[in-house]
Write a protein that binds this ligand. Sequence first.
Ligand SMILES: Nc1ncnc2c1ncn2[C@@H]1O[C@H](COP(=O)(O)OP(=O)(O)OP(=O)(O)O)[C@@H](O)[C@H]1O
Ligand SMILES: [Mg+2]
Ligand SMILES: [Zn+2]
Length: 391
Amino acid sequence: MSQALYRKWRPQKWDEVIGQPHIVQTLKNAVASDRVAHAYLFAGPRGTGKTTAARLLAKAVNCLDPDPAARPCNKCDYCKAVNESRFLDLIEIDAASQTGVDDVRDLRDKINFSPNQGKYKIYIIDEVHMFSNSAFNALLKTLEEPPPHAIFILATTEIHKIPPTVLSRCQRHEFRRVPVDDIVAQLQNIVKSEKLKAEPEALTLIARQSAGGMRDAISLLDQLASTGQTISLDLTQAVLGTATSQTVLDLVSAVLDRAPAAGMDAIHAALDSGTDARVLARQVVDYLRALLLIQMGNGGQVDLSADVRARAEKHAKAFSSADILRMIKAFNAAAADQRGGWQPSLPLELALAEVLEASAAMESPVPSTTIKKGLEILSQTGEEKPKTERI
Ligand SMILES: Nc1ncnc2c1ncn2[C@@H]1O[C@H](COP(=O)(O)OP(=O)(O)OP(=O)(O)O)[C@@H](O)[C@H]1O
Ligand SMILES: [Mg+2]
Ligand SMILES: [Zn+2]
């Protein structure tokens, strides 16, 4: 199997790290002026560059390039050894699997030995918040008097779980979520170098979905690329399950037309073809939310394909905001409804009946027969009802 894209695209130089300019600047300066601290804490969301920066620092402090400002050079023996994960003085500990006090004691025993190869021994402790109390205490002892050749880099996604005693001994850097535009730019780079084909709207959707995590964005790109197809908005939405399906459009149109029968048909056709009821309810909520955004003039934030967007603009004009809010509430309740086990369509049917009822009450005259017909259909939808009904 080929190497995962996010590994292949791990920054090897400081200026390849995206979206963390303050941290990069501080660490670069520290290396250039030979003022590297003995303990660092890198905190921040998943996939934003903590481990990457830790390895860069490990490489830079041992790099043999005569110009400190050029470190890491990625050419000397030590840089190469780190890049190939065979540098003996870089010790990576995963606290998620080595939480015990023994692991830390072991580390403390070994730490006094001088580095094998380089100038510094670097300990990267990932997910350090997983350490037990006793492991933290053991670590603290080491942090109190680290040997001059040792550098600790602790990394965590959950800084609030780190004892203050440990925090106060570390130079702290908080990694930010990477801005959407920066992620899109990086995805574009990757698409170009890897000779992939992708629509710009798809890359924007990927970037938004990954909530500032570069690794998640690259992994998703990787997953989509592995289909061998062009990475289109449609494909991306389908994989993410964010597509606005025809069912959603039909359902919302049915509310607009006050056509309960059409609405019920749309629901049942979707569920019969295997759509999960709660997923459908969520898609309806997503779409209604998009209508609200369009009404508020924020249509740019909405990821919809061109044809769906054209329908959405019409829907956004046809409904009042109050209508949309009411629908969101009703379908959101359906999305959250855990019951409906024996009748999966029920929460959706109730939501539809509720919004139709409400719009009937608001704006008569709605033929009450229409509503009645809808409720009749609702009560007839029991083809797969079990023999014994639990209520
Ligand atoms: N700031 C960034 N700039 C460029 N690429 C990044 C950045 N952050 C993450 N990446 C990409 O994501 C991959 C994983 O990043 P990294 O291991 O540094 O994340 P992390 O912050 O340590 O995440 P975790 O908390 O899950 O351990 C990298 O190999 C790289 O491809
Ligand atoms: Mg990491
Ligand atoms: Zn080097």
